[in-house]
Design a binder for this molecule. Structure first.
Ligand code: AMP
Ligand code: MG
Length: 319
């Protein structure tokens, strides 16, 4: 799906007809871009290895970087996981639908292509009416990573879906700007105590409060267990550098009054900051700046996910 202009992505409103067309395409093994509350995803039938392989090709994503499987109700879990733990039960009941991904033993129906060869699978129920309706109409769990090329910024609006991805999917469904704007928190509940593999939309404090006990620590040697933990990731094209305060003519994200039209004032609430972060970086990056400067966000624990994404975006590119 491409328009005349190379960079314009054709987006479709989520009408009942479009949703049905998208669901049929998924059932035929094609790809669809769908909105979720975290970021826009590129979705395929999670039970169809050939369809899942197309996601990796479209994103240029390494085959050992596992995908998150999206479900629309608890009954569907039976198709996805082969084991359910007490911690999974507590967290799913508390946070689903929502930006929390649980890692559990996979079922037979989930092919190795989805899990990068792991015996575990990552699963979540997204809190977005369009995603839930699409999954329900298709009647299959959907594997869906973010609709960007590997390492790049995740799209938080339909217009920000990468054109090279949009041309390989049957449809890009519009769901407006993403409410959370950062990827989900990934929690491994196949081990005890559970542990966070990736910080995200639900904070460590919220998860510990729900469980009523502390989460485990991830041993550094285990980093490869969650390949989303690459040092560089979620990055704009321009290098990103941290500063205490933006210079008057700098391009960047700050907390004070902007002093030129390529400075963006970010909210001082961590959730609001997260919701606007990728769109702000996307906008600045479009002007091809030499550097994007970022004023240090506060160090409080609620800022963990924002710090994680900014650190990964600031990691120097190897190419
Ligand atoms: P995304 O890149 O947003 O699609 O999120 C997928 C991320 O979830 C991966 O990069 C991993 O960090 C994590 N993940 C997915 N499946 C697993 C799994 N089976 N075990 C551990 N981490 C996983
Ligand atoms: Mg991603």
């Amino acid at each position: 799906m491409r328009s005349d202009s190379d960079d314009d992505v054709v987006i479709s409103p989520p009408t009942p007809l479009n949703l049905q067309i998208a669901a049929d395409a998924l059932l035929r093994g094609e790809l669809v871009c769908m909105p979720t509350e975290t970021v826009y995803g590129i979705a395929a039938d999670a039970t169809n290895p050939e369809a899942v392989r197309q996601i990796f090709a479209a994103k240029d994503r390494p085959a050992d970087n596992p995908l998150i499987v999206h479900i629309s109700d608890f009954v569907q879990l039976e198709d996805v996981v082969s084991e359910w733990t007490d911690a999974a039960d507590v967290l799913a009941n508390r946070f689903w639908p929502g930006p929390l991904t649980l890692v559990l033993k996979k079922s037979e129906m989930i092919p190795n292509e989805v899990t990068g060869g792991l015996e575990t699978v990552a699963v979540r129920m997204p809190d977005h009416p369009v995603a839930l309706e699409l999954i329900e109409l298709a009647g299959i769990p959907l594997a869906a990573p973010s609709a960007n090329r590997f390492m790049h910024l995740s799209p938080t609006r339909a217009e920000h879906v990468d054109p090279r991805i949009a041309e390989r999917v049957a449809m890009v469904l519009d769901g407006g700007p993403c409410r959370i704007g950062l990827e989900s928190t990934v929690v491994d509940v196949s081990v005890d105590p559970p542990r966070i593999l990736r910080p995200g939309g639900i904070s460590r404090g919220q998860i510990q409060a729900a469980l009523g006990r502390p989460l485990g620590q991830l041993p550094p040697s285990d980093v490869r267990r969650s390949p989303g933990m690459y040092l560089r990731h979620y990055a704009p094209k321009a290098p990103l550098e941290f500063v205490e305060a933006l210079e008057p003519d700098a391009v960047g994200l700050g907390f004070g009054t902007p002093r030129n039209d390529r400075q963006i004032r970010m909210p001082d609430d961590p959730n609001a900051y997260a919701a606007g972060l990728y769109a702000a970086l996307h906008r600045l990056d479009a002007g091809n700046p030499a550097v994007i400067y970022v004023e240090h966000p506060p160090e409080e624990p609620e800022w963990e996910a924002v710090h994680d994404r900014l650190r990964k975006a600031a990691e120097p590119s190897k190419d």
